[in-house]
Write a protein that binds this ligand. Sequence first.
Ligand code: SAM
Ligand code: SF4
Length: 440
Amino acid sequence: MGNNNKTIYIETYGCQMNVVDSETVMAIMTAEGFGRADDALGADVVLLNTCSIREGAEQRIWHRLDELAAQKRRRPGMVLGLIGCMAERLAERIVAERPAVDIVAGPDAYRSLPMLVGEAFTGGGRGVNVELSKEETYAEISPVRLDPAGVSAFVAIMRGCNNFCSYCVVPYTRGRERSRDPETIVREARELFDAGYREVTLLGQNVNSYSHEEVDFPELLRRVAAISSLLRVRFATSHPKDISDRLLETMAATPNICRAIHLPAQSGSSHVLERMNRRYTREWYLERISAIRRAMPDAAISTDIIAGFSGETPEDHAATLSLMREVGYQFAFMFKYSEREGTRAAQTMPDDVPDEVKTARLEEIIALQNELSLDSNHRDVGREFEILVEGTSKRSADKVFGRTSQNKVVIVPRDDLRPGDYVRVRITDCSSATLQGEII
Ligand code: SAM
Ligand code: SF4
């Protein structure tokens, strides 16, 4: 291919899945002879791996694209590409409105990137591939880790989504759900362990519906956890409608599967949940929370919440706050509803909660979550945990940070600890975001 001296830089926006996708693209491109650049400034190829989940995410990318277009005017040889969800969703508009963009490739088109880039270099015109696939899982490609000295890595176990939550653009930008061959997943996790990684997070939009021939998600988890008791296994995301007792039993029986479950509620009102097409009620959700607590009393539970969805009344909002209190989340990602073109909500449900009301509700939700996180952290003071050390504390070179199985960050004196070490600690103090500890 003659790419030996060419370098590539990938800038990643949005979710954890996009992190893995960028690493997969890097694997595809380095196999073709491209080298990795550390920033966009000198790179021959610059790709933005994009996110469409909310309007704000897309706005940031349009803005960044303008900066890179200005850079390209100074360096006309540079190839600029947009990949990922926004490329999938807005290919035509990008081509029409941004002449500086050479390549537009959707999430299932990454194997064609070397060809598209090659054509762009040889003046072959602008390359667009936004075809979605029913089969593509990039199964046999081992992603090139962007943090090679890391402790923790993401492993994609499936792609796409079939759930069609009425507000969500993902099923349109990432296509139908498909599960990756379990053997390739276990092999990749084993390679990571052998390379020094001590934690893998198995990723999918709804991991509970993972299914490949006879292997379901609990079985896959069991196989990955069996690689070594020193390998921590996490996963995201669980859809509440599908979180099964068998999964909880598997977790409870396997100490190196982490005691943390991310279970996005989105709303505490059954009325809103129905309009969101989440296919569970508040009561169902709370029953699943009880099931988690029965199986693993020490498990931490986190969530996603959307404020101000179509038709959300003050009572619905109050129900969300009461759900949050009832569950006592350790952590939450919290968003204002952002209408996305093409979704069922955009077509049939008015975006009728005024922006200032959305903002006020979101602020209440965030304030409550800060209280709940602080309460949860206070309860840990005096308790003992094993943490996996990840790196040096941002605030002090004399300290390191690591995580508990419950995914809480703990800061401890450095001693002679190194990333990847396990150490037992006692919690001595906390804020709403972190725990302080001493080594025992
Ligand atoms: N598949 C996962 C799930 O169902 O929980 C995560 C999907 S999405 C990448 C992450 C979160 O973004 C969702 O859980 C939801 O809270 C939020 N989200 C999705 N669409 C949104 C929208 N239109 N407006 C605001 N937040 C949205
Ligand atoms: Fe979007 Fe719902 Fe699929 Fe999550 S489960 S990606 S929120 S459609």
